[in-house]
Write a protein that binds this ligand. Structure first.
Ligand SMILES: Nc1nc2c(ncn2[C@@H]2O[C@H](COP(=O)(O)OP(=O)(O)OP(=O)(O)O)[C@@H](O)[C@H]2O)c(=O)[nH]1
Ligand SMILES: [Mg+2]
Length: 365
């Protein structure tokens, strides 16, 4: 990716220069404040450094499907010709190749289609595999796929359609406040910094943030530093009588509640009612093991959750975890976040993209 670093008096000024250099599709990768060194600090105002890049174009829907079908077809052809996984084409991770061969050999043995068997081999929980086989079969209607590649495309359609249905079910009307909840240290405030950076630099809507104490004090001073950099107001108290303009994007930062702290959870629930209807997003650190994450999700399910935010994507290569969490909680993955850079890796949870990256990524290697 072609990147540039621009230093200016404000983030907005730096962004204008970025867009001049990289065009309107430029994506901001990092925003940080640069302070003058030594005594120059006394008279110099801090400057802002914006690092940005031009993203590589991703294949469109049709191309992605063609790619998947093509890859699976190619794989099957090669598998027939050469039984040794090491001898087949470079596009598939060796583990995936092994699984394809295995799935082909065991076709139909346990009621799972070869494609779903592959996904199970790539980490999908068996209970989800059985369910997916069922919905994929119904989704297909009367059309029988001619090969595993075509079948994988249809499984992808069934699963991603289901994800869109789940997302629609959790959509809230109007412009609700966004509130990230979860256990302490999962990356809620960091994600919020990333989110407000994206939104405030896009300049589409004004942004306002409330950094509130919860069952424990909210010590995230870095949120204020970041707000100052973006010229986004960060408030420490919330006044219900305060009439916020309808187009303002409202974000609320609250400290974490430990799993099992039922008194803390009740207090958090009471606090959330002030903002209702709010988009309450359960923030999970995907570097934790799946069992722990699912138990955290169960604990927080007492709250009116409308989605998941998955953090620490930089530390967890297995995208199967995202799928198992989405299917286990029946909540849409609203955002994915990886790393400490702001905004760095912060992207919407697009089911098609998540599926393609899962299938073609390094997970099976
Ligand atoms: N590697 C990595 N570190 C992260 C990520 N997100 C956050 N962190 C780091 O995790 C630590 C905790 O992040 P916070 O954003 O303060 O977590 P929090 O959930 O707001 O914590 P509490 O408010 O105390 O509940 C910080 O050191 C962050 O820099 C991530 O995606 N990847
Ligand atoms: Mg925090």
């Amino acid at each position: 990716m072609e990147t540039v670093k621009i230093t200016a008096a404000t983030a907005q000024e730096a962004l204008e220069e970025v867009r001049e250099k990289l065009g309107p599709e430029a994506v901001v990768l990092n925003v940080r404040q640069l302070s003058a060194n030594g005594v120059a600090k006394l008279w110099s105002k801090p400057r802002v450094e914006v690092q940005a890049g031009r993203p590589e174009a991703r294949p469109n829907e049709k191309e992605a499907l063609k790619q998947i079908a093509g890859k699976v077809e190619q794989l099957e052809r090669e598998l027939h010709a050469r039984p040794q996984p090491a001898a087949v084409g470079p596009n598939f991770p060796p583990k995936l190749l092994g699984m394809m061969r295995e799935a082909h050999r065991e076709k139909g043995g346990d009621g799972l289609s070869p494609s779903v068997k592959i996904l199970e081999g790539m980490g999908l929980l068996p209970s989800h595999s059985r369910w997916l086989s069922g919905i994929a079969r119904n989704h297909l209607g009367g059309t029988k796929p001619r090969n595993t590649g075509e079948e994988m495309g249809q499984v992808r359609d069934a699963l991603t359609d289901y994800c869109h249905d789940v997302a629609v079910r959790h959509e809230l009307p109007g412009n609700p406040a966004r509130i990230l909840v979860g256990t302490p240290g999962t990356g809620k405030t960091t994600t919020l910094c990333k989110w407000i950076t994206r939104e405030s630099l896009s300049g589409n809507q004004p942004v306002r943030v409330w950094r509130l104490d919860g069952p424990s004090p909210n010590t995230a001073e870095f949120l204020n530093v970041h707000g100052e950099l973006l010229q986004v107001p960060i408030e420490r108290t919330f006044d219900n009588a305060d009439k916020v303009p309808v187009d303002t994007l409202k974000f609320v930062d609250l400290p974490g509640v430990a799993a099992g702290d039922t008194a803390g959870l009740e207090e958090l629930g009471r606090q959330l009612r002030f903002f209702a209807p709010a988009q309450v997003l359960l923030t999970l650190n995907v570097a934790y093991d799946l069992g722990t994450l699912l138990s955290h999700a169960r604990f927080f399910s007492a709250l009116p959750l409308s989605g998941l935010v998955l953090t620490h994507m930089d530390e967890e290569p297995r995208l199967s975890k995202c799928w198992n969490l989405m299917l286990g909680t029946q909540l849409p993955v609203v955002h994915l976040s990886g790393g400490q850079n702001v905004p760095g890796d912060f992207r919407p949870g697009l089911p098609e993209q998540l599926f393609d990256d899962w299938l073609t990524g390094e997970e099976g290697a």
